[in-house]
Design a protein around this ligand. Structure first.
Ligand code: TUI
Length: 310
């Protein structure tokens, strides 16, 4: 068993990304039932909805699953308490430094696994008590840092020391990517984009099909100049946003375009006005299949390449 499987009590050291608006109980439970670690994303969602999602997930699986807390959410503090009240197995965090919450989570026996886009933050959070870190490269979909998976993972592995497992994220969607992550010193992987094109993923079919159709170059980073870069499938929406950035459009114009854009993609399937967050590896994804098949195929492929069980 890998150290990540040991830590989380799962079969395979594979986590499903905590994608805002996307990662809900149906997807998370399917990944957990497949032997990986499913994750419910907090995003900006209301606490009552998230409590229901956690409880629904417990009904759909008896395996461990986690909750991702997006630290820029106004509900982050309430969700930090909810995961304690609901005795969630583990927490991942994104878009900020979760340091203030770590002592209470540890006290409650919750495993803490922050996403880190840099070596400095990895060091800081390990000192604060993180059980593992997710080193996320800029190949990922959504809100991203600037370092690539290939460069970031080995540097984080060296920085955190032998006792702390590192989970690689960004640009991984098959056995070759998993094997490469392990060669870089990772003890586990987190996949988001591959699970967008998954039968149990509840996003609108238009969004799902856009992931499958995307080529290697059908990808665009928005928000680059505002300091909040976000990777999406290239669309009318991303082109308009980039045009507005170039022309330094007023903040109210950005707000009019971006507010509710994730909902438009995920719920309405509006591929022109919605923001279809998606990683760079979408170009390699050509089919939609059940989570169990995805997990078995990827981990089987990695085990063959590495010549050992994971
Ligand atoms: O969080 C993500 N990806 C996301 S979150 C999201 S929803 C969203 N909504 C509104 C604004 C922004 C996002 C869509 N995609 N990935 C994990 C991640 N975390 N990527 C980068 C970071 C990160 C950045 C800075 C983590 C920590 C951090 O710390 C800065 C500090 O405080 O030291």
């Amino acid at each position: 068993m890998s150290r990540v499987s040991d830590l989380l009590g799962i079969k395979y050291p594979l986590l499903q990304g905590g994608m805002a608006w996307v990662a809900e109980s149906t997807l998370a439970s399917a990944v957990s039932n497949a032997g990986g670690a499913g994750i419910i994303a907090g995003g900006n969602a209301p606490i009552d909805y998230l409590r229901d999602q956690i409880r629904r997930c417990k009904e759909l699986t008896d395996k461990p699953f986690g909750v991702n807390i997006m630290l820029m959410s106004p509900n982050a503090e309430a969700l930090a308490q909810l995961v304690i009240d609901e005795k969630v197995n583990f927490v991942t965090t994104g878009a900020g430094n979760p340091g203030v919450y770590v002592p209470a989570w540890k006290e409650a026996g919750i495993k803490v696994i922050p996403v880190v886009p840099s070596v400095a933050l990895a060091r800081r959070l390990v000192k604060a008590g993180a059980d593992a870190v997710i080193a996320e490269g800029t190949e990922s979909g959504g809100h991203i840092g600037q370092n690539t998976t290939m460069c970031l993972v080995p540097q984080v592995v060296d920085a955190v020391g032998a006792d702390v497992p590192v989970i690689a994220a960004g640009g991984i969607a098959d056995g070759r990517g998993v094997a490469a992550a392990f060669m870089l010193g990772a003890d586990g992987v987190q996949l988001g984009t591959r699970f967008l094109a998954c039968s149990e993923c509840q996003i609108h079919d238009n969004y799902k099909n856009a992931v499958v159709k995307a080529k290697d170059t059908d990808n665009q980073i928005t928000g680059f100049y505002s300091g909040s870069p976000c990777r999406c499938i290239k669309s009318r929406y991303t082109k308009k946003l980039q045009e507005m950035e170039k022309n330094a459009a007023p903040p109210e114009d950005f707000e009019a375009l971006t507010v509710g854009s994730l909902r438009k993609a995920v719920v309405d399937g509006n591929v022109d006005e919605g923001s279809m967050l998606c990683g760079l590896i979408a170009g390699m994804i050509t089919d939609i299949k059940p989570a169990a098949e995805i997990v078995e195929e990827i981990m089987g492929g990695a085990e063959k390449l590495l010549g050992r069980t994971l």
